[in-house]
Design a protein around this ligand. Structure first.
Ligand code: GAP
Length: 457
């Protein structure tokens, strides 16, 4: 039984809090700015997703290297990239209730008209169609105006403002020359990076979908201007979708949306969004863009450095770039949404289970003594825990009856539970219970390590 309503979102949010996945940030102070903290299981899940990404896109490829640049970068970099002048959203305030909205999104939702970038048109429509404030129902608006989405801060010894990076990509371009000079990379090759990014979104929301502080996993893949890029572009798109499947997503919940020629940035040959069918509707999950030579040309111009690449035939050129970009928090959200199931059992019994792919599940094995007041069972269970924890994230759980412990681990998404009973002390075997099938089988303790290695990694 799989629900597909926005009700589902509420259930996932509530499970995340109840089960230590994700909490509203600073709740003791009444919450703050629609921000969230990852709790113990959420942190494991997020780290596993990042590890999986790094393995697929860096470790397993010969044409990729990784890096980790700073969050605070030279302010000139943001002038070169166009973020200082053009990284804007349009906002409008309700004069009555003081609530702030993203003008373009609100107008599209209410009227169905898409006036992206047309400030005058938006101002006119607000008045002409007497658009009502979705919060208070009145129609008394300020002018629609631009808001730069970069967070501004100060740095000791620097006179001008400094910005928290709104994307991780900037540091990759800034270090392109260092990577080429220090590594033996040959075009085509890519640089990957995972890290925090910050955007002063006018409205954050939909749980961890739109945050002001979030994480990205980005790749800049450098190619020759003569490269037949379409094939490489399609291959990246394929691999991005493969990654969504590895999070547990189903094919029917993924679709591609190519940007129309009119909406394409002037330097981009092609941009495609990978959308996911979230409980609140189809929305952008990842993106892939052909950015031409825009970035390196701009950074060469603003830094005064030669960012040409010299190939094996001594030909010099500014490489073109394909940019596959992934949001970490949106990946976590996909994994949670795809995993959640309310399974109908006998009678009216409903089991909430998170069918997370084993590779990203926060806890791989939970180990139970059948009874917590029997020291010999506890001792044996602890021995098994100590053995398995060397290879897997494990949890020792002796709280409540075994049925309750199974249900708790189902909600956490733990693929296997191991129960130590009185027979275990004699036959050196335990009961292994599978999260998805609920099947239980007896297994020798000495075989557990191999079994989990085969079935989990
Ligand atoms: N360097 C290209 C770039 O930053 P983007 O489409 O603006 O492109 C890339 O962002 C990805 O970052 C998005 O596809 C999404 O997964 C994630 N992302 C963007 N804004 C976000 C936000 N406010 N909250 C959470 N994730 C966000």
């Amino acid at each position: 039984m799989k629900e597909n309503t926005s009700d589902l979102m509420q259930k996932i949010v509530s499970l995340c809090k109840r089960r230590g996945y994700i909490f509203p940030a600073c709740e003791i102070y009444g919450g703050f700015a629609n921000a969230y903290s990852y709790g113990p299981y959420g942190t494991e899940l997020k780290n596993n997703i990042k590890k999986l990404w790094w393995k697929k896109f860096v470790q397993e490829r010969e044409d990729m290297v990784g890096m980790d640049g700073p969050i605070l970068l030279h302010p000139k970099l943001w002038e070169a990239s166009g973020h200082l002048s053009g990284f804007n959203d349009v906002m409008v305030d309700c004069r009555e209730c003081k609530k702030r909205f993203r003008a373009d999104n609100m107008i599209t939702e209410i009227t169905g008209k898409d006036l992206e970038g047309d400030l005058e048109g938006m101002n006119k429509i607000l008045v002409a169609e007497k658009i009502k404030c979705p919060n208070c129902g009145k129609s008394n608006w300020t002018e629609v105006r631009y808001l730069n989405m970069m967070f501004k801060t100060e740095m000791n010894g620097i006179d001008e403002p400094v910005y928290l990076r709104p994307e991780t990509a900037g540091a990759i371009f800034a270090d392109f020359k260092n990577v080429v000079d220090s590594m033996r990379v040959k075009i085509p090759f890519g640089i990957a990076q995972i890290g925090k990014a910050f955007r002063n979104e006018i409205v954050a929301g939909n749980f961890i979908f739109r945050l002001r502080e979030f994480e990205q996993m980005e790749i800049e893949y450098f190619i020759s201007p003569d490269e037949k890029w379409q094939k490489l572009f399609d291959s990246w798109l394929e691999q991005q979708q493969e990654f969504v499947f590895a999070l547990g997503a189903k094919k029917k919940d993924i679709k591609l949306r190519e940007h129309s020629k009119e909406k394409l940035s002037h330097y981009s040959r092609k941009t495609v969004d990978i959308e996911y069918n979230f409980p609140f509707g189809w929305s952008e999950l990842y993106g892939l863009a052909h950015r031409g030579d825009f970035d390196l040309t701009q950074h060469a111009k603003f830094s005064g450095q030669d960012l040409n690449y010299t190939d094996s035939e001594n030909k010099k050129y500014i490489p073109h770039v394909l940019e596959p970009t992934f949001g970490v928090d949106r990946s976590v959200l996909v994994a949670l949404c795809a995993a959640y199931e309310e399974e109908k059992l006998d009678g009216d019994d409903i089991r909430v289970v998170m069918h997370l792919p084993k590779a990203i599940a926060p806890i791989k094995v939970a180990i139970f003594p059948l009874m917590k007041n029997k020291p010999e069972l506890v001792k044996k269970a602890k021995e098994i825990f100590d053995l398995l924890k060397l290879d897997f994230m494990c949890e020792f759980d002796d709280n409540g009856n075994v049925g309750k412990r199974y249900r708790r681990q189902d909600e956490i998404g733990t693929p296997y539970c191991v129960t130590v009973d009185f027979d275990s002390l004699e036959d050196k075997a335990v009961t292994v219970r599978d999260r998805d099938t609920m099947k239980q089988e007896r297994m020798k303790i000495e075989e557990l390590g191999e079994y989990f290695k085969k079935n989990i990694n």
